[in-house]
Write a protein that binds this ligand. Structure first.
Ligand code: F6R
Length: 246
């Protein structure tokens, strides 16, 4: 596990964006498969990517992307959907081809069987494209990655989850009038199959969980802890998230 300590949120965002840009430019003309996250953590990274695209330092024409998760049920057009988030911060501003963009958005009122079939198809699609080359992750204050909440088996694959109250609160769903308590998320095993993983952590809200991440052994109670077993993972953490060690 590599650990990169950076000054602040901006430096973390730049580091992550540069990793993506280097990979995409190195593979020029060949497909690059990115695993993408939403939430506050990667917003700065997307802004950097858009800036570099505008400066003609990178093109996303050859990029295929798979988002980690999406609420269920939700309409793509809802302002809190991860689909809206991705368009707002990234897709609408770069030359990525929308047919190369995948988000686990399942049609409302789907049956259990239909949801399962969707999840299996999502996994299959990732495999068809040769797997995720670079997966970007944030970390929940309870240690979740994707929406794999504490207790999720490490062998999990794309599935429907019930969100914890902590996550519902952290994501401000109720105060924004969204009565949703489920989501589709790629599984922990799906994440672990990525060729390279970047876990980003910024700010004091993440100090407690990152301290646990570094100190605790691998446990399902802290889903992100499994990343320690990945052969190519980099933790990009800013001084705020390091907190106590300032
Ligand atoms: C988002 C995701 C989540 C977030 C995590 C941290 O696609 O999968 O695991 O990365 O909840 O969220 P923020 O960045 O808002 O602190």
């Amino acid at each position: 596990m590599n650990v990169v300590i950076v000054k602040d949120y901006f430096a973390m965002s730049q580091y992550a964006a540069n990793q993506i840009i280097e990979l995409v430019n190195k593979q020029k003309g060949k497909k690059v498969v990115l695993g993408l996250a939403t939430g506050n953590t990667p917003i700065g990274m997307y802004q950097e990517l858009v800036k570099n695209y505008r400066d003609e330092k990178v093109s996303f024409l050859d990029v295929v992307s798979f988002n980690l998760d999406e609420y269920y049920p939700i309409d793509a057009s809802h302002s809190l959907s991860f689909t809206s988030f991705m368009k707002h911060y990234f897709f609408d501003h770069v030359d990525i081809q929308m047919e190369n963009v995948f988000i686990p958005l399942v049609e409302r009122d789907s049956t259990e069987k239909e949801i399962q079939a969707f999840c299996q198809a999502y996994e299959k699609k990732i495999k068809t494209y040769g797997g995720i080359d670079l997966q970007i992750l944030g970390i929940g204050s309870n240690g979740h990655i994707g929406f794999n909440e504490p207790g999720t088996p490490f062998y999990s694959r794309t599935h429907l989850v019930k969100l914890t109250d902590e996550t519902i609160q952290a994501n401000g769903l109720r105060e924004n009038g969204l009565e949703v308590n489920q989501a589709i998320t790629v599984g922990i095993e799906t994440i672990m199959e990525s060729k390279k993983i970047l876990l980003l952590a910024s700010g004091q809200d993440k100090t407690k969980i990152m301290k646990q991440f570094f100190e605790r052994n691998v446990t399902v109670n802290l889903p992100a802890s499994i990343l320690k077993k990945h052969s190519n993972v980099t933790i990009v953490i800013d001084k705020g998230a390091l907190g106590a060690q300032k």
